[in-house]
Design a protein around this ligand. Structure first.
Ligand SMILES: NC(=O)c1ccc[n+]([C@@H]2O[C@H](COP(=O)([O-])OP(=O)(O)OC[C@H]3O[C@@H](n4cnc5c(N)ncnc54)[C@H](O)[C@@H]3O)[C@@H](O)[C@H]2O)c1
Length: 353
């Protein structure tokens, strides 16, 4: 079987995550070959440990770049290496230029989230991919994350009725690199971290009709570092999110609770739990009286980054359509985040989408 020739652009905290997953997949015999890596900072090629990452699962990995061709300019890497695909894992404000360059020069692209900080840039990324016959996917990894995938399956099955409400929380420490705190480079926690939950709302419940959000810029010059948002749907479903990266302890949390007419899906430090009462329906007297039973399905926890890479590479190998995470969806997620930003600017005013 043909192997996908891969190049990785950006060896920061998340770039090392991509690097580790590519190495793991090669060890497992998955048909990819990481041939080259690129970072403007030469020092990145000298490191043998992955200490800087804020991603716990990659912290202990040792790094050996001697087997790879190393470049400081991605233009040179793409010109010399005859690549099928690149991972774009540079700071957010550079996603657009690196992605468009790679697409125009013959590469399929897996670009990290958030896609870009304007709808126009997102649309151009999509147009360039189409014009050049190349695939583009954005790293909205929760679409491949065990617990979120299980929630989607339960909702879509209709087994426990319709969604009536949901709450999402995500929060942790500030990331390490200074560009995250320049509004036009990183977009604040709203675009960088909260974007994951925005994408879940888009994926699980569809595009809201409008949003209302309150945001706080805690770090001067940053985007919104704290955000609290409500999503308005025609059918009245009550959906809310909260996000910040102002935690001064090293703890990172991601949680949700989704209420269906006949079940509650919870994901928090206690794990993924589904409690349901198939008989209860929306008769609330009865509902309160009926003991719910644990109907939690078996879920392989996490593994979003790993599953995401495998999925994208398979769409290239088999030339199949990306139905799980198309870039048009990622652009819609950016549209929601932009509406939230506008709402925060206007102290919570409802913004139509
Ligand atoms: N999916 C996720 O859960 C997740 C998690 C963390 C970060 N991210 C995203 O990944 C991206 C990178 O974040 P990070 O934490 O790795 O940032 P980082 O600052 O740690 O690393 C960025 C790296 O890119 C390099 N770089 C900058 N300009 C470059 C260029 N022109 N060519 C090549 N290399 C260049 C830098 O030298 C640095 O090594 C961001 O968009 C971020 O939002 C996604």
């Amino acid at each position: 079987m043909k192997k996908i020739r891969l190049g990785l652009i950006g060896l920061g905290a998340m770039g090392m995550g991509h690097f580790n997953i590519y190495c793991q997949l090669m060890d497992e015999g998955f048909p990819i070959e990481l041939v080259a890596v690129c970072d403007i900072d030469r020092k990145k090629f000298e490191s043998t440990e992955n200490k800087d990452t804020n991603l716990e699962e990659f912290k202990d990995s040792k790094v050996d770049f001697s087997k790879f061709n190393c470049y400081i300019k991605y233009e040179d890497m793409i010109a010399k290496e005859n690549l099928d695909m690149v991972s774009v894992v540079v700071p957010t404000y550079l996603h657009y230029e690196a992605t468009v360059y790679a697409l125009k020069h013959g590469c399929h692209v897996l670009c990290e989230k958030p896609m870009a900080l304007s709808e126009k840039l997102c649309q151009t990324m999509i147009d360039v991919a189409k014009k050049n016959g190349k695939k583009l996917m954005i790293g909205q990894c929760l679409r491949f994350w065990g617990e979120y995938v299980a929630a989607k399956q339960i909702i879509d099955s209709g087994k426990y009725g319709k969604v009536i409400g949901a709450r999402f929380y995500r929060g942790g420490q500030m990331p390490a690199s200074p560009w995250f705190f320049e509004r036009h480079k990183g977009g604040g926690a709203l675009f960088d971290q909260h974007i994951h939950d925005v994408d879940m709302i888009n994926w699980l419940f569809g595009m809201p009709k409008a949003v209302s959000a309150i945001g706080c810029t805690a770090i001067p010059g940053s985007g919104y570092d704290i955000v609290s948002a409500n999503y308005i749907y025609e059918n009245g479903v009550a959906v809310t999110t909260q996000d910040d990266w102002m935690n001064f302890t090293p703890e990172f949390k991601m949680e949700f609770r989704i209420n269906l007419e006949k079940a509650t899906i919870t994901y928090d430090s206690k794990g993924f739990v589904v409690k349901a009462d198939e008989k209860a329906g929306v008769d609330y007297d009865l509902f309160m009286a009926m003991p719910t039973e644990d109907v939690t399905p078996e879920v392989v926890s996490g593994q979003g980054y790993y599953n995401e890479v495998k999925y994208f590479v398979n769409t290239i190998l088999n030339d199949t359509e990306n139905t799980v995470n198309p870039p048009e969806d990622s652009m819609n997620t950016i549209r929601i985040a932009l509406a939230e930003t506008k709402s925060c600017d206007l102290k919570g005013q409802v913004i139509e989408l």
